[in-house]
Ligand binder design. Structure first.
Ligand SMILES: [Zn+2]
Length: 218
């Protein structure tokens, strides 16, 4: 049985093969097998196609295929929500993650960079290159030391967070993932952490007011 994140419902589920793998016409001595699978999530049960291309033929396709490293169609798109982040910035951040899930790494980096730019602008920081803006966010206590260092580390590693030459450079997946993770960290510190703190504070104040009202009423 194969396990993957279902491209329809987004759950990590077991996929049950419902028909034997089909061997496509052989090209360049490569064997491509394809089969339909059913999602085991009861509220989904939609079909996905699993396939693999390999250099040798299976001895026992039914048994070996499901244990192989399969490619899935549709793929699961990751689109996380950022409820405490301004709407347009949140939508852009979500798209950066969607790009990662379809291996569109340059797209992911371009969007992550735009998110950090917009976050700085949202706090009145508009001058200089992106790294200078990150430094300024740090100076204004919007982000922690460690996040600023992380930004510089990412920059030392590949420079892509600062440069505009995305179409000129290789973009390894781990670099793109590091840059999107940095974006997440900045959103967490600038918007989401403070929003959680305010919510806690609000509920504490409301509780105190209720208690005070009860005391004065008794
Ligand atoms: Zn499903």
């Amino acid at each position: 049985m194969a396990s993957t994140i279902c491209g329809w419902c987004g759950d990590r589920t077991h996929m049950t093969m419902i028909q034997s793998p089909y061997l496509a016409p052989v090209h360049n001595k490569e064997y491509t097998y394809t089969a339909p699978f059913k999602c085991s999530n009861e509220s989904c049960e939609r079909l996905s196609v699993g396939s693999v291309t390999r250099a040798t033929q299976y001895g026992n396709p039914n048994a070996e295929f499901v244990r192989d490293e399969l490619e899935w169609d549709p793929v699961a798109l990751r689109r996380p929500e950022f409820p405490d982040v301004p709407e347009q910035i949140a939508a852009t951040a979500s798209e950066a993650h969607a790009c990662i899930s379809i291996q569109a790494y340059r797209g992911a980096v371009a969007l992550a960079r735009a998110v950090v730019e917009a976050t700085a602008k949202d706090h009145g920081i508009t001058k200089g290159p992106l790294v200078a803006k990150i430094d300024e966010m740090h100076k204004q206590n919007l982000i922690r030391d460690i996040t600023r260092e992380l930004a510089h580390e990412v920059r030392e590693g590949g420079n892509e967070i600062a440069h505009g030459d995305l179409a000129d450079e290789p973009m390894p997946p781990e670099d793109a993932e590091a840059i999107v993770a940095l974006m997440d960290e900045i959103l967490e510190e600038v918007y989401q952490g403070p929003a959680r703190m305010m919510a806690l504070k609000k509920s504490r104040l409301e509780r105190e007011q209720r208690n005070a009202a009860r005391k004065s009423g008794s």
